[in-house]
Design a protein around this ligand. Structure first.
Ligand SMILES: [Mn+2]
Length: 345
């Protein structure tokens, strides 16, 4: 709902703003449960399995602690080789993707059971299957905010590439269940998200089958055209209004680093020009944090082997860290602990 028109609406906006303020304090006390998933079989480019350790070595845990956020690092998951994982038509590594995500789903369930906001460090975006499945298994119905250059909603039958990192949403949506063929190691996946509970931000490279699905299901989306037209502030206002219009559900943020413009985050497998700026990306995380509903975050597709220079890697990883800090209450105006006492001379 927009902040224009009647006094009634104005009153709503004021009260929502004061809610936001309360949530800042609440959110700063949320704890992060970090899971590393060094997994790359959802796409063909090596290197994305290095994401979790790179993001950690850029100081993620220390910096979260510094801003008053408790952290438990659950370490990296291990994924064994899956024997006899032959291609099924175009589809590659189906069994490996299925079993890795099953393991991830169980790990996310454990993190949620322990009371943390789950943080998945990928790995490629096929991991959203296990991350969202596990999150939903513990908290029930949830909203998904998918920030990505791509919609990742191809079915195994519409995919032009066979890469499962371009398909995770199709396995998760109730509405697409009848379009998904039986796949080995995928039978444990139960659709757990409704199309009306999904918001896309940053789209600019959408395949024909994906576009058909998005229109057919009426999925809420802010492609780069909408970001240009409305500005990121209104995009986030409309996103938060849309998600809280019905019942307020826990939010799952699935952030593909390729949503950000490749001039800032070039170290990724499928860069697309014309993306979100660093500031727009950080703004998205700040606003989602302030809803007080952020319950799980994925940060995926950081691939150092796709960079030209060490500086490219640092810019990409540093941006991933800053986006995660934004999810946990970092404000660009500055932060201070509630028990901070000014020194007296
Ligand atoms: Mn993606």
């Amino acid at each position: 709902m927009k902040c224009v028109g009647t006094l009634l609406l104005l009153g709503r906006c004021v009260s929502r703003r004061s809610l936001h303020h309360d949530h800042r304090h609440h959110q700063a006390q949320q704890s992060a449960g970090i899971i590393g998933a060094p997994f790359s079989r959802g796409q063909p480019r090596a290197g994305v399995e290095r994401g979790p350790d790179l993001i950690r070595s850029a100081g993620l845990v220390h910096r979260l602690n510094q801003q008053g956020c408790a952290v438990k690092d659950y370490g990296n998951l291990t994924f064994e080789e899956v024997a006899g994982d032959e291609s099924l038509g175009l589809m590659r590594s189906v069994r490996a993707v299925g079993s890795a995500n099953r393991r991830l789903s169980e790990a996310v369930q454990k993190v949620k059971r322990d009371g943390h906001t789950s943080v998945l460090l990928g790995g490629d975006h096929s991991l959203a299957i296990g991350s969202i499945h596990g999150h939903s298994a513990l908290v029930g119905n949830l909203s998904v905010v998918w920030v990505d250059a791509h919609a990742d909603i191809n079915t195994p039958l519409t995919t032009p590439t066979g890469n499962i990192h371009g398909q995770p949403m199709s396995y998760l949506l109730h509405e697409l269940q009848s379009k998904i063929p039986i796949l080995p190691n995928f039978s444990w996946i139960k659709p757990c998200v409704s199309a009306r509970d999904v918001v896309y931000i940053g789209l600019r490279d959408v395949d024909p089958g994906e576009h058909c699905i998005l229109k057919l299901l009426g999925v809420k989306l802010f492609c780069m055209t909408e970001v240009d037209r409305l500005g990121v502030a209104r995009v986030m206002e409309e996103t938060c209004d849309y998600l809280s219009a019905k019942q307020k559900k826990p939010i799952h943020l699935s952030f593909d680093i390729d949503a950000i413009d490749p001039s800032v985050t070039p170290a990724t497998g499928t860069p697309v020009v014309g993306g979100l700026t660093y500031r727009e990306g950080v703004y998205v995380t700040e606003q989602l944090c302030q809803t007080g509903l952020l319950s799980a975050v994925d940060m995926v597709e950081v691939n150092p082997l796709r960079a030209q220079t060490e500086r490219d890697v640092q810019s990409t990883v540093g941006t991933a860290v800053d986006l995660l800090l934004g999810c946990f209450g970092r404000l660009r105006e500055g932060n201070h602990p509630s028990d901070y006492s000014l020194p007296e001379p």
